[in-house]
Write a protein that binds this ligand. Structure first.
Ligand code: Z5A
Length: 234
């Protein structure tokens, strides 16, 4: 199961990602906690390139998009895919929704390009469940006080307002996958809500797995439609 955490920086997602990963491990469930950008040796190098605030050469928006995607492609191939094949739980601090929100809504790059780049980087992998920790911008800024800003975090309030709008648009588009969590609550209350939802999703996954094991009558091939690009369509 792939669980991702999203939200503007300072919303509390890294704290929640760690809490749920620790809780699952305590139950004996193999659980990996990774972050984006990062999570492999190469991806961590890309992280320092893309987030270093002391850049002598400014990054173009397209370069920034491709660097985040390169970090993700490596993380998916090297860590996430093998872990999911072993039935481990992967908790990822940021994933493809960050790119839509930051590079799409924040930077204004066309969403269609971003979706294609995301698909290329992930091979089409979509999180099973995403927690979007929702806090007002002012609270996020207050929580981050004294933490030091990287290149992205030094952006303007207007930029982050657009990022927040992007996240809300994503939540509306994918209500089955993205749970919007009120980040104003205490760390413990938020964790409790997330834990309950994860348990529910894991239960669903187990139910689906047992259904998949029972033979089902499938539609005869002749009744499926082959679309223009040779892709089978129901
Ligand atoms: N980025 C992108 O543009 N495109 C992409 O595709 C990807 C990323 C993948 C990564 O930054 C940057 O890359 C990010 C988006 C961009 N930049 N921005 N801006 P990062 O990895 O360095 O950091 P971050 O992910 O943005 O956030 P963070 O600094 O890790 O913060 P957080 O995860 O949101 O919050 P936290 O560390 O859990 O908590 C912050 C503080 O608040 C801490 O002191 C906590 O103890 C406290 N906290 C947390 N929750 C609470 C509650 N509930 N009550 C009170 N206090 C709390």
């Amino acid at each position: 199961m792939l669980i991702t955490f999203e939200g503007i920086d300072g919303c509390g997602k890294s704290s929640q990602a760690k809490l749920i990963a620790d809780r699952l491990r305590d139950q004996g469930i193999e659980t990996l906690l990774v972050r984006e950008p990062g999570g492999t040796a190469l991806s961590e190098q890309i992280r320092s390139m893309v987030l270093n605030e002391k850049h002598e050469m400014p990054l173009s928006h397209a370069t920034e998009l491709l660097l985040f995607a390169a970090s993700r492609a490596q993380l998916v191939k090297e860590v996430i895919e093998p872990a999911l094949k072993r039935n481990a739980v992967v908790v990822c601090d940021r994933f493809t929704d960050s790119t839509i929100a930051y590079q799409g809504y924040g930077r204004g790059l066309p969403l269609a390009y971003i979706r294609s780049v995301n698909d290329l980087a992930t091979g089409g992998l979509v999180p099973d469940v995403t927690f979007l920790i929702d806090v007002p911008l002012e609270l996020a800024i207050q929580r981050r006080k004294g933490m030091g800003d990287d290149r992205m975090e030094s952006e303007s309030r207007l930029f982050f307002t657009h990022v927040l709008q992007g996240y809300m648009a994503l939540a509306q588009k994918h209500p089955d996958r993205i749970h919007v969590i009120d980040g104003n609550d205490s760390l413990e209350d938020i964790h409790h809500t997330i834990y309950r939802l994860v348990e529910y999703e894991r239960g669903n996954e187990l139910r689906h797995a047992s259904h998949a094991a029972t033979p089902v009558v499938t539609q005869p091939l002749a009744e499926t439609f082959v679309g223009a690009e040779g892709v089978l369509v129901d």
